[in-house]
Design a protein around this ligand. Sequence first.
Ligand SMILES: [Zn+2]
Length: 465
Amino acid sequence: MTTIKLHNTRTRGKEVLDPLNPDDVRLYLCGPTVYDRAHLGNARPVVVFDVLYRLLRHVYGTNHVTYARNFTDVDDKINATALARKEAGAPGTLEELVQERTEETISWYLADMAELGALEPDHMPRATAYIPQMIAMIEDLIAKGHAYADGAGHVLFSVKSYKDYGALSGRSVDDMIAGARVEVADNKRDPMDFVLWKPSTDELPGWDSPWGRGRPGWHIECSAMSHELFGDSFDIHGGGNDLMFPHHENEIAQSCCAHPEGDFAKIWLHNEMLQVEGKKMSKSLGNFFTVRDLLDQGYPGEVIRLVFLQTHYRKPMDWTDKKAKEAEATLRKWRALTAGIEPAPIAAAAVIEALSDDLNTAGALAELHKLSSAETAADLLASARILGLLTDELGAWTQDEDHDLSHYEEKLFEARQLAMETKNFAEVDRLKSTLLDAGVEVRMSKTGVELVPGPAFDASKLDAI
Ligand SMILES: [Zn+2]
C-alpha cells in the first residue's frame, strides 16, 4: 500500500500516516462561520483538504475515509449581520433573520466550493444541531476541574489546568499573554481563560442550560462535534494556520481534558495564508475577493483550483492574474488533448508518489505536464482527476465555447486583398498582431484565411478589432 507522509504541526516534522483504523480514516476540517460569502483565502484549506480526501480515498478505498467539515452557525458576526438587516427594516424576529442569513450563506458556500471542484464532505455538522453535546462536554469539564462558571451566565475554561496548553503552536502561556491581545475580564481567574458558554439576551439565539439561557463559545463546537462523529481519537485535523492559536489550542485543551484517554487528533495539518498580487488581501487595499467575485469575473473554478495547487499548502500562496491566465491556457491544452478519451485505469505512479509526500501538489502538476508533453492523454486524464482536475463536473467552461471566428477570417482576407493593391499592409499587420495577442493561430494561404484558437485563446482581446 502507498505510504502517505504528512507534516504534523504538533511534532514539527513529516510523519507516516498510520491510521487508527485503515477501514475508516477520519479527517476533520474547521469550516466557515456562515455570515458572509467565502473569500479566496477561506477556499484554500477546502481545496487542500479536498486533494487529501481524494488521495486517501484512492489509497484506502472510496468507502474507507470519513471527512467532516463543520458550519459555525451561531456566532456574534452572524447576529450582527441579522441585526443590521432588522434595523434596515427587514421583517421577522432577530432569530428568524439569523436563521435566514445562515441558510443563505450555507447554500452560497456549497455552490461556490462545488465550482472549485471540492467534493462534499461525508459530514457537515452545524453547531446549532449539537448544543446538547456541547453542554454535556462543558459540564464534564467543570466536573473534572478544568472549567468554572462565573455565576453570571458564563463558563470559562481554566487554561492553567491543562499543562500542555500551547504545545501545538509551540508557545508558553506567558508568551501568549505577551503576544496576544488578551481580554482581561473580572470574571476570569486567569487572563488566558476562554469562554465555553455565554449568556444570550431574549432576542438573540439562545438555549437553556445549567447556567441559564445562553449560547456556546466558538471553540467548544469543534471539540463536541468531532467527538460525537469520531470519538476520542481520530487521524487528521486541519485548518488555516491562522486557526492554530487560539482556536486549535483551545480545541485540544477542551478535548484532551474531557477525554484524557484519547489523543484527539493525531496529525495536525495547517495551510499557509493567501495573498493577492503579492499583498495581503484586505478590503482597504481593494484586493479583497470572494470566490463568487472571481467566478463572476469569468475565472472558471477549475482555473482557480489549478492556481491554488501550484503552490505547496505550507507556503504562502500568491494569487495573480498572470498565474490565472497561464493556468487557463494549461487547462485548455489538457482538455483539448484528453477530449473524448477514456481515462487510464490507474493514475501515474509518479503523481501518487508526489501527493503522498506531504501533498506535493506542485510536484504532481510537474508530472502532469510531462504526461501532456508525451501526449499520453489517458494517463494524463486519470492522474489529473486525483487532483480534482479535468473532471466532467468542472468541464463546462471549455465546452460551451465553440468560437466562430469566420467574421474575423473574412475581415483579414479582405484587408489583405486590399493591401495587395495598395501595397499598404498596416491594417493587415494590425489585425494579425491583435489575433496573435488573443491567442489565435493565423494561417494564411492564397485562397483564404484560417483562424484557429490556441490554448491561450482570450476572446475578450478580439474586441480591439
Ligand atoms: Zn474548529
